[in-house]
Design a binder for this molecule. Structure first.
Ligand code: UT7
Length: 336
């Protein structure tokens, strides 16, 4: 059995900065409410036509592959996590394979929303552990902005989400004490609809039903979030799954050099920080600048922290996520 380690990482966000002030011109909201409840000051929105979930993923991936010091044709498999694919089908994994001009390797799409990247890392890790693949490209990318209800009706959700992409290359590590030490995945479908986008879906309402009904009051094709309910579950599950990972490796919260929580809400990250008695330099947050970018938030934050020199060889880095599904997970890394 091998381990896997992150050998290259990159991110891409659109240039277009949207401030809280900008949003307050579209809906009844204000900077104070948004910052107080979420910590967000601004986010990025694609200019429609410029970028998609797949093209941003490709841009992040190019950087990750270059930093990994490998040729694109050494990538053995592609994992793409998103809730906002370019097409209903096929998923963006194959678009990345095409746009990067990689030979005909396998490509899989992960539909696990905010925890999609952690699920993707876990998948890639298993392929590498088993010896099946040597280098796996894992991407998290989202375009939220074009699908949000940018009116007062949608303000509870629309102010939170932003666009962006992050990617890593996971490669074989022969030393089992280094790299990804363990991953921990969970789901609780009982709460599937508490954070969801119901239509269009083959189950209840397809596009043709929406067009036929042509109901201006219809909000079923916008994301819905029962915010307080999600918040309460998030703080519990984040804590549980971080502890689960630490225990599995006989580690304590004080052993963490850097925690990268999914950037759901700064208040959630601060709660976890207090609970585990971590110092400011042990938790990395950038939701202030980018909002919640769902599957992209962890690889964007990890890359940014790495670029700032906050992730060094030997460090214990913990990734943790919670979101729609509900699904949640953690990843314990001894940086190699
Ligand atoms: O990434 C996936 C996981 N997601 C999360 O973990 C998110 C978890 N939830 C949250 O972060 C918070 O619940 C929110 C930030 C989404 C909302 O904060 P909240 O403190 O739970 O607010 P609320 O939904 O209870 O709304 C409070 C009030 C309401 O008005 P009334 O009913 O008290 O009159 C809302 O209508 O704030 C109103 N409101 C807003 N006001 C100004 C909701 N959104 C806005 C807004 N601007 N953007």
């Amino acid at each position: 059995m091998y381990n896997s380690k992150i050998t290259g990482l990159g991110f891409f966000v659109p240039d277009n900065v949207v401030t809280n002030e900008d949003l307050s011109k579209l809906m009844d909201t204000d900077d104070e409410w948004i910052q107080e409840r979420t910590g967000i000051q601004e986010r990025r929105h694609v200019i429609k036509g410029d970028d998609t979930t797949a093209t941003m993923g490709v841009k992040a991936a190019r950087i990750a592959i270059e930093r990994a010091g490998i040729d694109k044709d050494e990538i053995d498999f592609i994992v793409f996590a998103t809730l906002s694919p370019d097409y209903y089908f096929p998923g963006p994994g194959v678009l990345v394979q095409r746009d990067l001009g990689i030979k005909t390797v396998g490509a899989i799409d992960v539909r696990n929303q905010c925890s999609g990247f952690v699920y993707g890392i876990s998948l890639a890790d298993q392929f590498i552990k088993s010896g099946m693949y040597k280098n796996v490209l894992v991407i998290g990318s989202e375009v939220h902005s074009t699908g949000l209800d940018m009116t007062t009706r949608g303000r509870g959700v629309s102010v939170i989400f932003g666009d962006g992409a992050g990617a890593v290359v996971l490669s074989r590590e022969e030393d089992n004490s280094k790299g990804i030490l363990s991953t921990h995945l969970h789901s609780e479908g009982e709460h599937a609809e508490e954070l969801s986008l119901i239509a269009p879906g083959m189950g209840k309402r397809w596009v043709l039903d929406i067009i036929k009904e042509n109901d201006p009051e219809d909000s079923s094709y916008y994301p819905y979030m029962n915010g307080q309910f999600v918040f309460k579950h998030a703080v519990v599950r984040f804590s549980e799954v971080i502890m689960e990972g630490l225990k599995k490796n006989s580690l304590e919260p004080s052993d963490i050099d850097l925690l990268i929580p999914h950037q759901a809400n700064l208040r959630i990250a601060q709660f976890i920080q207090r609970k585990f008695r971590l110092k400011d330099n042990q938790v990395y947050n950038n939701i202030m600048k980018y909002g919640n970018t769902t599957a992209a938030s962890i690889p964007i934050a990890l890359t940014e922290a790495w670029e700032k020199g906050m992730v060094k060889k030997g460090d214990l880095v913990v990734l943790a996520a919670f979101g729609s599904g509900f699904t949640w997970g953690s990843c314990i890394i001894r940086w190699a």
